[in-house]
Design a protein around this ligand. Structure first.
Ligand code: AMP
Ligand code: MG
Length: 410
């Protein structure tokens, strides 16, 4: 039984998402790749450290290392050597002695604390300590970041620059990741013209693929771009067939409404199975989800509305969870904040509204938000110049000045 909201036939966003996620299984095939190539990829296996990081106690400062308790009776110790990062002092520091030590150098036997050089004076072979350290001062302990045997990054993690450094820090140069997801992208509409070409009467420039391609690039995918396909059943069917045969997921934009030139439904009925949903989301009501049959298995299909803002918003809200599931990524919550409406925000109950807004802090540090101009589903400048979505719940009506608004920063 499909849950609908008050407006008949409209599917709440969370229901549309859970319907899709219930059907999709993650791609399990993995490949071994070099760490340099791994940004944005999803880990197929936990990464476990075989070493401590740092491997030894070492100095956090350029300064002098000694036995802390030696400085209870005297402030002056005998300088007996130097420890460099990568070139340890191999002897034991004895009572009454200290060594010069650089940041990252291993703390030698006998020493247990470091005083930064700014708090010392050197007179010939003696170092005068102007600051009496506590035991362990400025010493980075072995294993304080990562311990041997510890899981450093878990399976399902999408690798960020910091994760790459973390994996490198345990000495691992190759990792197992889920293979790239093959995504086909099709724009459909007779009026669509490639930027750079002359615009004939009644035509518009095709823009959705530029946004969708860039949005897709944030995922571990290989893109198969089928370009612009005319509102022609034969051409469109051929494109869908080809995309379905090659890809794990096919995305189309345009032609999912009920106009006379909207062929997506007819074609999908012939090539696979399709659900046409009117999702309770604004912008972006018409959305199709289904499968394209092929010899082995199926390709998933998402049909996005053609209106530029609608295709963008439905990609971010509805396609993103599909892609995350397909590529085995552990779902992550989208960060959001609460701001106060700095003016009246118009909203009709019945659909969740992803209005494009501008948030800012006033001098008192209070967070405010206001709509970024006209909110029509064809007005791409409303997104381009905005810095957040104002996410207005399905059942909410107008938001009055000073009332709370959930915002999702871009
Ligand atoms: P449709 O979903 O095909 O009914 O298209 C809805 C509106 O979006 C129409 O005004 C189309 O001209 C426009 N549109 C469709 N596809 C694109 C596209 N790829 N780029 C820019 N505008 C589009
Ligand atoms: Mg169209």
């Amino acid at each position: 039984m499909i849950e609908t909201c008050d407006s008949p036939g409209l599917l709440p966003i969370h229901t549309a998402i859970s319907n899709m996620l219930q059907q999709i299984s993650p791609v399990l095939e993995s490949e071994q790749i070099e760490l340099e190539e791994a940004l944005g990829r999803v880990l197929a296996k936990d990464v476990v450290s075989t070493i401590n990081v740092p491997p030894s106690d070492n100095s956090a400062m350029d300064g002098y290392a000694m036995r802390c308790k030696d400085l209870t009776d005297t402030h002056s110790l005998q300088l007996v050597g130097t420890a460099w990062a990568g070139k340890p002092f191999k002897e034991t520091v004895l009572t009454g002695q200290c060594i010069r030590i650089m940041t990252g150098a291993v703390i030698p036997h006998g020493a247990d604390s470091v005083v930064m050089q700014e708090n010392t004076d050197v007179k010939g072979n003696s170092v005068i300590f102007k600051h009496i350290p506590e035991l362990g001062n400025s010493v980075r302990k072995a294993g304080e970041d990562i311990q041997q045997g510890q899981v450093v990054v878990t399976k399902g993690t999408k690798l960020t620059p910091a994760y790459l450094a973390l994996i490198a820090s345990v000495g691992i140069a190759e990792i197992s990741v889920i293979r790239l997801i093959k995504v086909g992208l099709i724009a459909t509409g007779d009026e669509l013209t490639l930027p750079g070409q002359p615009l004939i009467d009644g035509a518009i420039y095709e823009s959705n693929r530029f946004a969708l391609t860039a949005l897709l690039n944030a995922f571990p995918v290989v893109l198969f771009d089928f370009g612009i396909v005319k509102d022609d059943k034969v051409d469109l069917k051929a494109a869908f067939e080809q995309a379905g045969n090659h890809c794990d997921l096919v995305l189309s934009c345009g032609g999912v409404s009920v106009g006379d030139a909207d062929y997506v439904k007819q074609i999908l009925d012939e090539l696979g199975t399709i659900n046409f949903w009117k999702v309770a989301i604004k912008p972006g009501k018409p959305f199709a989800f289904g499968q394209l049959r092929r010899q082995l298995g199926n390709a998933w299909f998402c049909g996005l509305p053609g209106n530029p803002v609608s295709s963008y918003v439905t990609f971010e809200t509805l396609v993103t969870p599909v892609l995350q599931k397909l590529c085995g990524q552990t779902p992550t919550a989208t960060p959001h904040f609460v701001a106060k409406a700095s003016c009246l925000i118009k909203k009709r109950a019945g659909r969740a509204d992803y209005q494009r807004g501008i948030f800012y802090r006033d001098e008192q540090g209070e967070l405010w938000v206001k709509p970024n101009g006209k909110q029509g589903s064809g007005i791409m400048s409303s997104i381009a110049h905005a810095n957040c979505y104002m996410v207005l719940e399905q059942q909410a009506g107008d938001v009055r000045l000073g009332e709370s608004v959930n915002i999702q920063p871009f």
